[in-house]
Design a protein around this ligand. Sequence first.
Ligand code: SF4
Length: 289
Amino acid sequence: MARWARRLVENAAGEFYVDDTCIDCATCRVVAPASFGATTRGLSYVHAQPQDAAERRRALMALVACPTASIGTAGCAPAHEGVAAFPEPLQDGVFYCGFASEATFGASSYLIAREGGNVMVDVPRPAAPLVRRIAEMGGLDRLVLSHRDDVAGHGRWHDRFGCARVMHAADATGDLRAVEQRIEGDDPVALAPDLLAIPVPGHTKGSLALLYRETFLFTGDHLMGTEDGRGLHASRGVCWYSWTEQVRSLRRLLDYRFEWVLPGHGGRYRAPSAAAMRAELERLIAAVA
Ligand code: SF4
């Protein structure tokens, strides 16, 4: 729970604040950019207090999503409005789960609600309200794990819903050996007619992207949007396996059609069309290669 006595001096005066336990995962800046920004010393802070009910709701969502409970309110406002907002619908049955986990350094996770069985991508905190809501939505058929970093707590979701965990074999070490489906090699694997698992080695050897309905690409930490949502980004600074392989994997994504990039860390990016996404991906590849 955030503590008023440990609030950052940079916070704008008012109801919301961030304290010094922030780990700079950027979740609040993605969820509520009108209220949260980055300090020059690697923490988030309240750069502007919410100006209306919509901004206050986003700030409460950031409070709930924060993996370290580093966001507080001066009056200890009840967070139920933020809790009830998750899973947050994005488009066409795709939801952002919120409730980020400190064990995944605040990675984003997503829910795909679909007739053939719901799919979760990466792992949120198993908070009771989120588990209950997902149960009401039909539970989980599959849990796709993008890479070894963003999967802490996968067993809790598997045990609750009996979902099959899907992961690339190269990252399925330690307790991840227990996953039910391992993807081998570099070739894409159709999990269903609308779901394609695409190996994207680079950030880790077993990084895996998931393409849904040729529209939504879930990318783990392979590819992300910039925090301002204006373009794509790939981070050499957090490439743990091979930057050469990561750039090669970025090039392979040019073979696919998609309009959204939904990452584990970093901003989401939605292009106005698949052609525009391709052009932005080509720009990124030229910049980083
Ligand atoms: S969500 Fe929490 S931990 Fe992450 S940057 Fe914001 S305040 Fe810091």
